[in-house]
Structure formats: C-alpha cells, structure tokens
Design a protein around this ligand. Structure first.
Ligand SMILES: [Zn+2]
Length: 105
C-alpha cells in the first residue's frame, strides 16, 4: 500500500493501478507493454524529455508528438492493426534505429 502512495503523481504511477503484467507473455511483448504503461517508452516525447532528441516529432510520419497515444494512430504504421500496440511499438523502434535523429541536442 505504501508503494502505491509513493507512486501517485509520478509518471509510473499508472503501474499501481493497472495490476501486474501477465507472466506468460513473450519477453518482447512484456517489455513493450511495461514501457508503454510506465511511460518510459523511448518514443519521441520521452527521448525529448531526456534531452536525447531536439523535438518530440514522430520520425515515421512527422506528427508533432510521438507518444503511446500516437503510436496507435500513426499513419506510417497502417500495416499493423490499430490495437496491436506491441508490433507498432517494435516497428517504431526499428524505424528509429534506421533513421536516427540528426538533431540530437
Ligand atoms: Zn507517426
């Protein structure tokens, strides 16, 4: 209970309310779900917050803010179903490695 209280107001506070991530998942799926739930997703908004990138832009479609919400709406990921956030997440990670930002701050 004390752990839940400490996490309120923190970006990872959602972990206190969503319950545990099922243990039967493949590692890649578990990692993607954890990162997206905790907000430590290594997407544009998070990387910009860390000072790794110059902006929060989606490197695939150019949308102004790349976060977990945009991940499900990105037009550059139409080959994946709208509710397959795990496949979408790893495709974005692959694309970001192929096209790293040159505007690193
Ligand atoms: Zn996009």
């Amino acid at each position: 209970m004390a752990q839940k209280t400490k996490s309120f107001g923190k970006p990872w506070g959602t972990l206190a309310t969503v319950g545990s991530i099922p243990r039967h998942l493949e590692r890649a799926e578990a990692v993607a779900r954890f990162r997206l739930t905790a907000g430590h997703d290594f997407l544009g908004v998070y990387l910009h917050c860390l000072g790794v990138t110059a902006n929060e832009t989606c490197s695939i479609c150019g949308h102004a803010k790349m976060d977990g919400d945009h991940l499900l709406q990105c037009i550059g990921l139409d080959e994946y179903s709208a509710d397959d956030n795990v496949s979408r997440y790893w495709e974005v990670q692959r694309q970001m490695v192929k096209k790293p930002s040159t505007d690193v701050g």
